[in-house]
Design a protein around this ligand. Structure first.
Ligand code: NDP
Length: 327
């Protein structure tokens, strides 16, 4: 049987953590034959650590055959020791009266410390996914704080936007989500993201002529996908934790196990693709193979798409400028 791998999860006692840990441990992320050791991080606060203990009691009570070990931590420098996968979910939520720059600064502090800890103690091949918001900028900060690790090992979660876009296209066309391929989501995990079905196909047929409705694209599709998180809070009274956890599972599974040529969306550091400045943590269509992602290149960017890409890039650059002095 396979040797266990180490999976670190931060914010492990939070909402997303609760929807995530049981699925990791049942084998939905890394495969039904891959034992895992969970290295769970929560803030050192007594209440959070106690809640984490409660989650761990439930994990024990699932008697998962793949759970090869489990640890609770209050410090990233121990939580990330030798970790092969790190899911950075915990982040500072916006409090009452808190401005965007305060939020950025509070998170910059968390992700600088976590990047340094990964740099110091994680496996040299650690694969990092940042879920905590602002996810792209937090991932950028962690990457910049870990100079000894490859830039390619740091990613941000755009997969929820990708999955939301898939479900909207499926509803519009009346086709199953599983039949849709070659969808791309560009940019920041925020309402400025640009979900782009110009290249998408259903059973090999192009989606664009099937929908053939530019007004729907602009006035229904993009706003629906962009504001879906707020719509769920409005309906449920709580944020979209289960679908966020599901997207994190999808992202890591596809990164680790490969997409067999299918496109998925990941937030990854640019090397200049599509004119995005180097290191900007940008949502791109990618394929993955042997544990590596590859950005899909050579796609034509029309005027409308360029406008949308410029908008989401501008927002990301403003976020990154806002934390530059802290790095
Ligand atoms: P959640 O588990 O609901 O959310 C965690 C983070 O994921 C937030 O930044 C949230 O952003 C983000 N997120 C990304 N996509 C989504 C989505 N689709 N829907 C909802 N959230 C999304 O938060 P909780 O408050 O329940 O739990 C967070 C936990 O993290 C707490 O237990 C806290 O103690 C811990 N924490 C741990 C830290 C650490 O380990 N060092 C540091 C800070 C906090 P948004 O705010 O925009 O909703």
């Amino acid at each position: 049987s396979k040797k266990p791998v180490r999976v670190a999860v931060t914010g492990a006692a939070g909402q997303i953590g609760y929807a995530l840990l049981f699925r990791i441990t049942s084998g939905e992320m890394l495969g039904k034959d891959q034992p895992v050791i969970l290295q769970l991080l929560e803030i050192p606060d007594e209440k959070a650590q106690k809640a984490l203990k409660g989650v761990m009691m439930e994990l024990e009570d699932c008697a998962f055959p793949l759970l090869a070990g489990m640890e609770a931590h209050g410090d990233a420098n121990t939580a990330f020791k030798d970790t092969d996968y790190a899911l950075l979910v915990g982040a500072r939520p916006r409090g009452p009266g808190m401005e965007r720059k305060d939020l950025l600064a509070a998170n910059a502090q968390i992700f600088t410390a976590q990047g340094k800890a990964l740099n110091a103690v994680a496996s040299r091949n650690v694969r990092v996914l940042v879920v905590g918001n602002p996810a792209n900028t937090n991932a950028y900060i962690a990457m910049k704080s870990a100079p000894d690790l490859s830039r390619k090992n740091f990613t941000a979660m755009l997969r929820l936007d990708h999955n939301r876009a898939l479900s909207q296209i499926a509803a519009k066309t009346g086709k199953p989500v599983s039949s849709i391929e070659k969808l791309a989501v560009w940019g920041n995990h925020s309402p400025t993201m640009y979900a782009d079905y110009r290249f998408a196909t259903i059973e090999g047929q192009p989606v664009k002529p099937l929908i053939n409705d530019e007004e729907w694209n602009k006035n229904v599709f993009l706003p629906t996908v962009g504001k879906r998180g707020a719509a769920i809070i409005e309906a449920r009274g709580l944020s979209s934790a289960a679908s966020a956890a599901n997207a994190a599972i999808d992202h890591m599974r596809d990164w680790a196990l490969g997409t067999k040529g299918k496109w998925v969306t990941m937030g990854v550091p640019s090397n200049g693709e599509y004119g995005i400045p180097k290191d900007v943590m940008f949502g791109y269509p990618v394929t993955t193979e042997n544990g590596e992602y590859k950005i899909v290149e050579g796609l034509e960017i029309d005027a409308f798409s360029q406008e949308r890409i410029n908008l989401t890039l501008k927002e990301l650059q403003e976020e990154q400028d806002g934390v530059k002095h802290l790095l």
